[in-house]
Design a protein around this ligand. Sequence first.
Ligand code: GDP
Length: 195
Amino acid sequence: MIIKNVSLETVCGITSKLPETDKPEIAFAGKSNVGKSSLINGLMNRKALARTSSSPGKTQTINFYNINDQMYLVDLPGYGYAKVSKSEQEKWGKMIERYLHGSKQLKAVFLLIDIRHDPSANDRMMYDWINHQGFRPIIIATKLDKIKRSQLQKQVKLIRTGLGMPAQAPVLPYSALTKQGREEIWEYMEQFINE
Ligand code: GDP
């Protein structure tokens, strides 16, 4: 996709009403610090529209980015954020559930996993949960530049096994530093948008 214009159109807090959009939506989930904001900025060709973990005042919200008036990229709140209490996390769980369950335009959910690490219990829970909501999560393995090329297959296998993924399901490696993997991710997104 050629990015012509992007804007952060809607920001939903915990009690916000979720928007009913009229364009396809693609959502991104992952634990805090996995590189979700960096990926979203990279996909949109923006340096800092999505706020990264290190930016002060980053709060838990669901953000809807309008891309070219063609689609929405939906940034779900990162889980496992140390500063957020358990009860707050549970509220967000309900909010995300409401979104995954309620959106009429949601076409696909991408789940981000750090390529260096075994999926955590939270990652597995999120993976199972997305499946349970009727979506087949597409896995993006982030921070590709942090491993040696020779480790790639092994790390991808760890993610597959850790999540219990079916054999054919894709794992898309991505580096926010080099943008390697960006085109493949857009190709997947476009397939869902055009479905
Ligand atoms: P978020 O909390 O999931 O939105 O994660 P961020 O996008 O804020 O990234 C967390 C940290 O990891 C930041 O310091 C980023 O600069 C760094 N980071 C994110 N993606 C990559 C990547 O692909 N490569 C490297 N080397 N660092 C990354």
